[in-house]
Write a new protein. Structure first.
Length: 309
């Protein structure tokens, strides 16, 4: 199914955008208006769609820049929902909270959903799609939310907005536990990361296709969008083999991915625009810090050095 036609969207390429620079992070120092403007001007000639993860100060700034500077972007805006349940199986030791914390988190999530609805109605010509959360139901998450709770959030968002609504999650839960949610969303959004599953670059695209088609074939009447797919350029060896990541491999995967998704009409958000040093552990080679097509100082990696297909 051509996801652009199904969602009444113009064809175009898409990228995940988070503009936090050195010394900045969510809940701390946020990118300024001019910093966001600089980023979006850098991105505008290559991408039509941006994915934002949170209804925070940064998201508001991005929307203001797009509106004020008349930039040609459409936005998938997400509400970032946090843990409402303990996940004792989280592999890095997170995911466990007191009952008081979980209660406070439920209140925070309600506020996030209301912000999402408010911004969707404030910027109806810029915000084209909405997400009720990100990676909150997969077994390894540190911000676990029940499927039933996500369904309630989706229903509320759909009731109060006009944009198509989804929930962004790893491909695996859509094959089982998210089947009830699939009936409620307007389209399904999956994340696929061959490098996290120890696939080498020669296996990568076929594995991505397999992930996508397994979900798409299960839900033939629902559009399926890829809301994250990418390749890291550094690793400390934890979770991703260091020999599997490089700028050369990132370029190969990007070129293969966009050729396939362009041809098939699959809306695909590449992860991500810029490296973000605040993510993950304090180790400089932590892979979470190194997914950008640009480095954190906004200099291009190999894939962006005039080689975009």
């Amino acid at each position: 199914m051509n996801s652009f036609k199904a969602l009444n969207l113009e064809p175009g390429r898409a990228i995940c955008y988070s503009g936090f620079r050195e010394g900045q992070q969510p809940g701390g120092i946020y990118p300024s208006y001019n910093e966001v403007k600089e980023d979006l001007i850098l991105l505008q000639n290559h991408w039509r769609y941006l994915r934002l993860y949170d209804c925070d100060v940064h998201a508001v700034t991005v929307l203001e820049v797009i509106k004020n500077e008349k930039l040609p972007f459409q936005v998938m805006l997400g509400a970032y929902i946090v843990a409402e349940m303990n996940n004792f199986g989280c592999p890095w030791g997170g995911g466990v909270y007191t009952e008081e914390q979980l209660y406070e988190n439920r209140l925070k999530n309600g506020i996030q959903i209301k912000k999402l609805i408010s911004l969707a109605n404030q910027y109806p010509t810029i915000i084209s799609t909405l997400s009720a959360g990100n990676e909150a139901c997969v077994d390894w998450t540190d911000h676990y939310v029940s499927v039933a709770s996500v369904i309630e959030y989706v229903k509320l968002i759909k009731k109060e907005t006009k944009q198509p609504v989804t929930f962004c999650e790893n491909y695996v839960p859509w094959l089982g536990k998210l089947k009830p949610l699939a009936e409620e969303v307007d389209f399904i959004s999956i994340h696929t990361y061959p490098v996290w599953e120890y696939k080498n670059i020669h296996e990568a695209l076929e594995y991505t296709k397999e992930n996508y088609l397994t979900v798409a074939n299960m839900y033939p009447n629902k559009p399926v969008v890829i809301t994250e797919a990418g390749w890291a350029t550094n690793s400390n060896g934890r979770g991703i083999d260091a020999h599997n990541v490089s700028e050369e491999n990132q370029e190969i995967y990007f070129q293969d991915l966009v050729k396939w998704t362009d041809a098939e009409g699959i809306l695909t958000f590449v992860f991500e625009a810029f490296d973000e040093s605040w993510k993950g552990s304090s180790e400089p080679l932590e892979p979470e810090k190194h997914w950008g097509l640009f480095k954190i100082d906004r200099t291009p990696k190999l894939v962006m050095e005039g080689k975009l297909v």
